[in-house]
Design a protein around this ligand. Structure first.
Ligand code: CTP
Length: 419
């Protein structure tokens, strides 16, 4: 089922250059089954038109409070929403929301909205770091508003720093999290610590390698052997570890996911490339998390030209890939650093298979996924895992978002780092 089926989203768009990305947010929300009512500020309208949102959502998009007066649009939109997302939220809009202004359709709608509100700030770094904005964000947080981001990265006019709006996919994930559980991960914004819900900084300065995604093993220039891994679990681990202060390098097999804030990403395609990147980056690394689904075998040779159908069904000779995790385990020779975290995808007798794999690969922790369940494992945002410890410990993690599962895994890593 679509994850936002039947959800009524009020999408507020305020006037920053990032307003163009709000069109993608609208499309992703609609694609997830949501009913989306868009309200633009007058500033937003200078960056992007109502027609775009009307075309995408199939519903009226509005700017003025003076239209549809008999239908009480200025309160009706807020009242009928299950969740409101302001994307992007400018410094000015955040200030108005903090102070309770109601001088346009977006602010009146949000004052009338009893639903959870998510804001995705976007502005130049100086504006984000100004004490006035810090104060307004804190006021909103204490009022229960979820503040998503901003990211650090390129800004308008060639600037770079904290202030870039969070990726559309991340915003839509947050909407889904709010709708599913009533609480959203309050993404630690760049340059501003969340005092309302301070994240532990228990991985401060710890160098960590995380691998994620599914490797692709080429058959010819257009075909490959692959697997169903989306990279979501590994990306979530990298993101949460960075939020907790780790210096994270994410070695990513092909994945459509955006790079988490503060994480260094190295893209690879094949198991051999992943192997080489991992072993080239071991210096000073204290924790390695192998969330990637690595192909166990690859075609012996990849054809340099596309295999043609007329040549008949090809015979593909497979050869084994190196087992990166097992090699890391063997190389450590009983030492307790780096801490090694493996993953296992199992369908039968999950715990026993996991225990055997933990020992065979020489890992400290093994996160075992039961990939036979539809709501856990591949491609979905949730996971249910069994966390095994080489000292015999086990933790059952019930169905949670992959970010929450990442938190539990990292708690176990921290415990091992402290001996
Ligand atoms: N892994 C690895 N290199 C490989 C294969 C797997 O580093 N060539 C790592 C994965 O990143 C994961 C763990 O090993 O952390 C378990 O992978 P899994 O596919 O479950 O184990 P396999 O060794 O392939 O065992 P099997 O397929 O027989 O269950």
């Amino acid at each position: 089922m679509e994850r936002l089926a039947g959800t009524r989203v009020l999408l507020g768009v305020s006037g920053g250059i990032a307003a163009y990305k709000a069109a993608l947010v609208a499309r992703l929300l609609v694609g997830a089954g949501a009913r989306v009512d868009t309200v633009l500020t007058r500033g937003a309208e200078r960056f992007i038109g109502v027609t775009t949102f009307e075309g995408i959502t199939g519903r009226p998009a509005r700017v003025e409070v003076w239209e549809d007066v008999p239908t009480d649009t200025h309160v009706a939109l807020g009242r009928s929403a299950d969740v409101a997302l302001v994307y992007p939220a400018t410094a000015h809009t955040l200030a108005k929301l903090a102070a309770g202004f109601a001088d346009d359709l977006l602010t009146t709608s949000l004052l009338a909205a009893g639903c959870p509100v998510i804001v995705a700030p976007a502005m130049h770094t100086e504006m984000w770091e100004h004490p006035a904005t810090r104060h307004n964000v804190e006021v909103l947080r204490q009022r229960g508003v979820h503040v998503l981001g901003p990211d650090t990265g390129p800004l308008m006019g060639g600037d770079e720093g904290p202030g870039r709006v969070i990726a559309p996919e991340v915003a839509v994930d947050a909407v889904a999290e709010v709708v599913a559980g009533g609480s959203v991960r309050d993404v630690a914004p760049a340059g501003q610590a969340s005092t309302a819900e301070a994240r532990p900084r228990d991985l401060a300065g710890v160098r960590m390698l995380v691998t994620a995604g599914g490797t692709r093993e080429p058959i010819d220039p257009v075909r490959f052997l692959g697997n169903r891994s989306s990279g979501k679990m590994g990306f979530a681990l990298a993101e949460v570890a960075a939020e907790r202060g780790a210096e994270v390098t994410l070695i990513a097999a092909p994945s459509a996911l955006p790079t988490p804030p503060g994480v260094t990403r190295v893209d690879v395609t094949t198991a051999l490339e992943m192997h080489d990147e991992v072993f080239a980056r071991l210096a000073g690394v204290e924790v390695i998390v192998k969330a990637a689904a690595v192909a166990d075998f690859r075609p012996d040779t990849a054809a340099t030209s596309k295999l043609k159908k007329d040549a008949g069904a090809p015979t593909i000779e497979l050869v084994p890939n190196p087992d990166i995790l097992a090699e890391l385990g063997a190389r450590r020779e009983g030492a307790d650093r780096p801490v090694l975290v493996g993953f296992a995808a199992e369908t039968d007798d999950v715990e026993a298979a996991g225990r055997t794999k933990l020992v065979r690969k020489g890992a400290d922790l093994l996160v075992v996924n039961d990939v036979s369940a539809a709501d856990a494992g591949f491609e979905v945002d949730t996971n249910r895992v069994l966390l095994l410890d080489r000292d015999g410990g086990r933790v059952d993690v019930p169905l949670r978002s992959k970010h929450e599962v990442a938190g539990v895994v990292l708690d176990a890593v921290v415990a091992r780092l402290h001996g």
